[in-house]
Write a protein that binds this ligand. Sequence first.
Ligand code: PGA
Length: 248
Amino acid sequence: MVYIVANWKMNKDSKQSKSLMNEIVCFDFYDSSKINVIISPPTIYLSQLKNRRSDLAAQNISNYSNGPYTGEISSKMVSEYVSYVIIGHSERRQLFCETDEIISEKINQCNNENLKSIVCFGESLESRNKSHHLDFIRKQLDNIINSYDKSSINNLILAYEPVWAIGSGNSATVQEICEVHDYTRSILNDNFGKTIGTTVPIIYGGSCTKDNAKPILANLNVNGLLIGGASLDLMHFKSIIKEANEVT
Ligand code: PGA
């Protein structure tokens, strides 16, 4: 299965969201048994976009299950609308001070509701420039993986998103992506054994476009894409799914 995840972030109004979703659910050119298109709109639009052909993902949930947390939304609340939740996006880590501990708590909240977590990890520009990126990633991955056991690991999708590649127009190269995805796969295999380790999808995000989608997806340990900017444009997003369909 190839996962194509659209992260709309804090974009589109209600009308625009409905109209983009209406177009996406009409895509009939790809094989949905091989490609899973997942749309992650702003949380407030989840209820109006429910019951469509595409799966939905929440962009965030609270690390608490319920109680006096003004403005927060729990995993149970979103579970009525979504099968997936994006957790630990670098924008949340950086702009909203999400620590590894908070990310573990959010993963636990998802596991409690049997929601699948799309958990993001990826190095800063500084650690990439110093060639410390694998150490940087290892710490994040250990924290994520420690939140799972053999019975819950099928709820995990890992998303490698180097911070410097997000929204910059400067995607990681295929070689850089493969180095990290292969490394991640070996960590999963070491922790869970090869039979289980190879089943965890590892997707890539960071300036994905219709031009780089195919060469990135053509690699063994790349199981999908997490797309920000390019997913906001109908024709661009359609082209990316077309490219993915050719690789599967
Ligand atoms: P981008 O965003 O495709 O605009 O780089 C990806 C993401 O933040 O998930």
